[in-house]
Each structure stands twice: as structure tokens, then as C-alpha cells.
Design a protein around this ligand. Structure first.
Ligand SMILES: C[S@@+](CC[C@H](N)C(=O)[O-])C[C@H]1O[C@@H](n2cnc3c(N)ncnc32)[C@H](O)[C@@H]1O
Length: 256
């Protein structure tokens, strides 16, 4: 068994999907499917709005994940120049697991983007106390990242976790460019995703997502004029999961 089939949630190596007789589609064929986004929507609409649902049944890794992310953010804030702490955006936020356990501890305001309306409803509850939405929560946008537009110069950190495999390469590059415009001075985009351990590109038809290699991801980042300022492999996940890296990126300075 190879490590090459991963998707947009933490996943065990064993959950590889089998290909049909015609062989698996290429990445381009997969992205060109008119149902690429619809299939993902349908997949997530059947998933429980719980931590377990967000983590593909692996809620056991929640604390380790959040602790690893906190260490990463702490180190990032020690770098010069560090991002501000005024506003963050949680992309593919699900019910708000990352917002509640991580981002709200660092930022005055957190906005969320999530395509599934059931998760958005649940996020309102999950991020509320006594029916009152936590005062740190700004706007919860119910839209896919491929269609999401950001207000310029707004976010100190844009956090994308276990979601970018749901965007085509083209839409991901375009999304990164919109994120760049949405960053404040010294702002960062942080991606925390599964990566293949080879240079291969893997497809998961079950939830309609892809897993990219670090090499392909770096190419997409570069094409969006982003440079990596920090990269760190998540440790202490249970055995058998695919490699997860946190990557912080900043826009290259424009050449005058
Ligand atoms: C594996 S869950 C991760 C949720 C959250 N980031 C976390 O780590 O707890 C993936 C989330 O991405 C959302 N998603 C899938 N495709 C998306 C898209 N095109 N735009 C925005 N969100 C998307 C799903 O609805 C789901 O909430």
C-alpha cells in the first residue's frame, strides 16, 4: 500500500479508494468534472456537524492538532516582522473547531468561511454561550472558497486547514491571489494540509478532493507570488496518517 491517497481531512492510509477498470482519472480530468464542487458539497452534507465529523472520525487527534498549531503560531509571532493580531479568517471552517480552540485565543476578531449551511448553523451554536455569539466572532460567510471574495487589507492571518484539496489548481491559485489582497501589512496565509510524501498527486472520489505534493503546492504558491516564511511538520499524530505540514506564506514584495 502506498501513502499516495490522501484527501482534505486527516485520513488513515487504509482508506484508499479503488479505481475503476478505466483507471483513475488524471488531475486535469478530475478538476474538469462538472460535478467536482457539487460532489464535495454532497459529501459534506452527509457528515455530522461534530468534531469527529470535521476530522474524518479522528477526533482523537484534535488536541494534538490544536497544540501543534498553537506552537506554530507562537513561533510565527516571534518572527520579525510578525503578523498583527486584529483579525483572522478561518477558511473551510466547518463548525468552527479551529476558530474556537485556536484562533480566538490569538485574534480580537475571527471571520469564518464555510460552504456547508448545516455546519454554518452549528458554528453559530458552537461559538456561542447562552445563545449569544461570542463577541470575537465577526462574519460567518456561507460560500465556497472558489467564490469567496475578501475585502482588501483586512486579515492578519488567513488560516486554511484541511480544505484546499477541495479547490482545483486554477481556483486555488486565484484564491491565493485574492487572499494576498486581503492581507494586512505583515499578514500571513497559513495552510495546514495533508501532503503526499512523494511528488505524486492523489485523487479521492469519495469526498471529491485531491492531495497535492509539497512540490506542486509550492509551484501554486509561487505562481500566486507567495513565498514560504515558515514550514513545520505536525508531529505526534497517530500512526498511519499521512504527513501534515503547516506552511506560513507572505506575498513577495512587488518590484517597482
Ligand atoms: C475536513 S473539514 C475541516 C474543517 C476545519 N477546517 C477543521 O479543521 O476542523 C473540511 C471542511 O471544508 C469544507 N469545504 C469543502 N469544500 C469547500 C469549499 N470549496 N469551500 C469552503 N469550504 C469547503 C467542508 O464543508 C468542511 O467543513
Amino acid at each position: 500500500m502506498t501513502e499516495d491517497l490522501v484527501d482534505s481531512r486527516p485520513k488513515e492510509v487504509e482508506s484508499e479508494t479503488s479505481s475503476d477498470d478505466a483507471g483513475p482519472p488524471t488531475a486535469d480530468e478530475f478538476f474538469k468534472s462538472p460535478d467536482f464542487y457539487k460532489n464535495a458539497q454532497q459529501y459534506w452534507s452527509r457528515i455530522d456537524p461534530t468534531i469527529d465529523g470535521m476530522l474524518g472520525g479522528l477526533s482523537i487527534i484534535d488536541t494534538t492538532d490544536v497544540n501543534g498549531s498553537a506552537r506554530f503560531l507562537n513561533q510565527l509571532f516571534k518572527m520579525k516582522p510578525a503578523p498583527g493580531t486584529t483579525r483572522a479568517l478561518d477558511c473551510g471552517a466547518g463548525i468552527g473547531r479551529v476558530t474556537k480552540n485556536l484562533l480566538m485565543n490569538y485574534f480580537k476578531t475571527v471571520d469564518l468561511v464555510e460552504q456547508d449551511e448545516n455546519f454554518v448553523r452549528k458554528a453559530h451554536d458552537y461559538l456561542s454561550t447562552n445563545d449569544q455569539l461570542n463577541e470575537k466572532i465577526g462574519t460567518i460567510h456561507n460560500v465556497g472558497l472558489q467564490d469567496f471574495t475578501l475585502t482588501d487589507n483586512t486579515y492578519d492571518v488567513i488560516w486554511c486547514q484541511w480544505v484546499l484539496g477541495h479547490l482545483t489548481d486554477e481556483d486555488l491559485g486565484a484564491f491565493f491571489k485574492r487572499c494576498t489582497a486581503g492581507l494586512t501589512k505583515n499578514g500571513c496565509i497559513i495552510i495546514k494540509e495533508n501532503f503526499t510524501s512523494t511528488n505524486d498527486f492523489c485523487i479521492d472520489a469519495t469526498d471529491s478532493s485531491v492531495t497535492r505534493s509539497l512540490r506542486v503546492t509550492k509551484t501554486i504558491l509561487e505562481s500566486a507570488n507567495l513565498r514560504i516564511v515558515k514550514i513545520c511538520k505536525q508531529d505526534n499524530f497517530i500512526q498511519g496518517l499521512f504527513p501534515v505540514y503547516s506552511i506560513a506564506c507572505k506575498p513577495n514584495r512587488r518590484i517597482q
